[in-house]
Design a protein around this ligand. Sequence first.
Ligand code: ADE
Ligand code: ZN
Length: 325
Amino acid sequence: ERLPALLAAMPKAELHIHIEGSLEPELIFALAQRNGVALPYTDVEELRRAYAFTNLQSFLDIYYAGASVLLQPQDFYDMAWAYLQRAAADHVVRAEIFFDPQTHTARGVAMETVIDGLSRACRDARQLGVDAELILCFLRHLSEEEAFATLEQALPFRDRFIGVGLDSSELGHPPEKFTRVFDACRRHGLHLVAHAGEEGPPAYVWSALDVLKVERIDHGVQSTKDPALMKRLAQDGIPLTVCPLSNLKLCVFPQLEQHNLRELLDAGLVATVNSDDPAYFGGYMNANFLQTFAATGLDAHHAYRLARNSFEGSFAEPAARRRYV
Ligand code: ADE
Ligand code: ZN
């Protein structure tokens, strides 16, 4: 078969990967031992068996627990380096990596520890042929005040991340909650993105665009419910960072066959394929491409378009983008 080979080998950008979601069970246990952290699971198999999610929140509870083993800069480095090696193997040449500092600072880990380990791995990724950058995400289930405090803690390291995002529990935490934080981030020249329309309604995608003024929408798959929104996304060329295996595992779609990626592409949207939390959802970039194409009957034209969309949607300089393809 030529299509799987094309999907695997084509150069691509990953625009939606939470680095804490790349932490494999084996590394969770290794770090727990290295740091003397007790886990509520006896072994890797028991932990993996807990990865049976019914919605976003059921995943987030386990995802935040897994991150509790991260304490030292080297832990963050090792986690990111493992992801970057997987990315390189999947012909990812550009990665824009989310991290959730509040998951760590809430446990007494310093912002500097987090950013130091992650940014060193991103720098070293050049050796792998991966151009990697960081995007700091605010946890939307926490307060505006806590987001502002996080921004303050991160500003001394302003040159080590290119933008900010908004993640965690979507329902009940609309984008508007963070209007002033995003205004401040815009004044600092940061790129702006937000998760919207993963489980939440099209109204959250509208407010991410019109109130937070984000440049990309993470997920956005609920947008197909609102024809006016689809028109807006197409006209403004707003990239959607779609994560098919994540949507399957979090029951956003009952089966991959029902995923609306084709509908998004056919409507002319700048949709992309991404892994979200690959250690939890059963696949890195190429697994997302291969399984989604097999399930939905997308073809080589779609493959080419998705690769092109990933670079067009990236925050890489235009000169660098031309080098990737
Ligand atoms: N944090 C990590 N993965 C996430 C997702 N899919 N949605 C919201 N927050 C997240
Ligand atoms: Zn995500």
